[in-house]
Design a protein around this ligand. Structure first.
Ligand code: ADP
Ligand code: MG
Length: 244
């Protein structure tokens, strides 16, 4: 079901998550606008992946509500939330070709072959993978594999893309290239994206808005320039102001 155009891509209200006695997310409120590129940053263990998994429906929140495109998705299975997630470990199926990997989820949903082929070929064009569609993952470089993983998300035409540290397994040069590629895709697709990283440079260069998380709460939300110039507190100042 497609969302209403007037509604934000994502609305989180008071998301809390506890594992046993540990409160990992302590009341997260956030709206992500249509077409917006929002980056979650924060130290390791602050709850970034947990929040992304909850938005994706891979894990349930303890309390709070989630709307995607104005539609409540609490209890809705991941495949029906209108999202597509790209992980740091891209887990391609070794026995399938690039094209087979990209179209798999659509085949499982019962989409017609002609429609799948059209979507795969369009995504492959966007990602410069058109000449590699018949290859197997083992015959690709790390960067090419990560592009296939992104292609797998694009073919689903999601309301919202979720990226969890997608570049952290790539070497430095490739990280920069892939980052530029993701920025270009965001422009060309006009899609809403949430991107998790602990890398300040990625956050500053990609984000329309940055959400700084720390210990399960939002420390500050704002445009990169505003966080840089007017950090709300010492934590934000230290995090945004001192790239590694
Ligand atoms: P980040 O992605 O920001 O590094 P995570 O969201 O992965 O952080 O983890 C946040 C906290 O929740 C960590 O302390 C982690 O140990 C804990 N945590 C994550 N998943 C689980 C789980 N399934 N069971 C128990 N604790 C978890
Ligand atoms: Mg994480």
């Amino acid at each position: 079901m497609k969302a209403k155009a007037s509604e934000p891509a994502l609305r989180l209200r008071d998301i809390v998550k506890t594992f046993g006695k540990v409160e990992v997310l302590r009341g997260i409120d956030l709206e992500v606008g249509r077409g917006e590129f929002v980056v979650f940053v924060g130290p390791s263990g602050c709850g970034k992946s947990t929040l992304l998994r909850i938005i994706a429906g891979l894990d349930d929140q303890t309390s709070g509500t989630i709307e995607i495109g104005g539609r409540r998705v609490d209890g809705v299975e991941p495949a029906r939330r209108g999202i597509a997630m790209v992980f740091q470990s891209y887990a391609l199926y070794p026995h399938l070709t690039v094209g087979g990997n990209m179209g798999l989820a659509l085949r499982q949903e019962g989409m017609r072959k002609a429609e799948i082929d059209g979507r795969v070929s369009k995504a492959a064009g966007l990602l410069q993978l058109a000449h590699l569609l018949e290859r197997r993952p083992a015959e690709l470089s790390g960067g090419q594999r990560q592009r296939v993983a992104i292609g797998r998300a694009i073919v689903r035409d999601p309301e919202l893309f979720l990226f969890d540290e997608p570049l952290s397994n790539l070497d430095a040069a490739l990280r920069v290239n892939t980052r530029i590629e993701i920025a270009r895709l965001h422009r060309e697709l006009g899609a809403s994206m949430i991107y998790v990283t602990h890398d300040q440079i990625e956050a500053m260069t990609l984000a329309d808005r940055i959400v700084v998380l720390n210990g399960g709460i939002v420390e500050q939300v704002g445009r990169p320039i505003d966080l840089y110039n007017k950090p709300a507190n010492l934590f934000v100042a230290g995090f945004i102001g001192s790239p590694k």
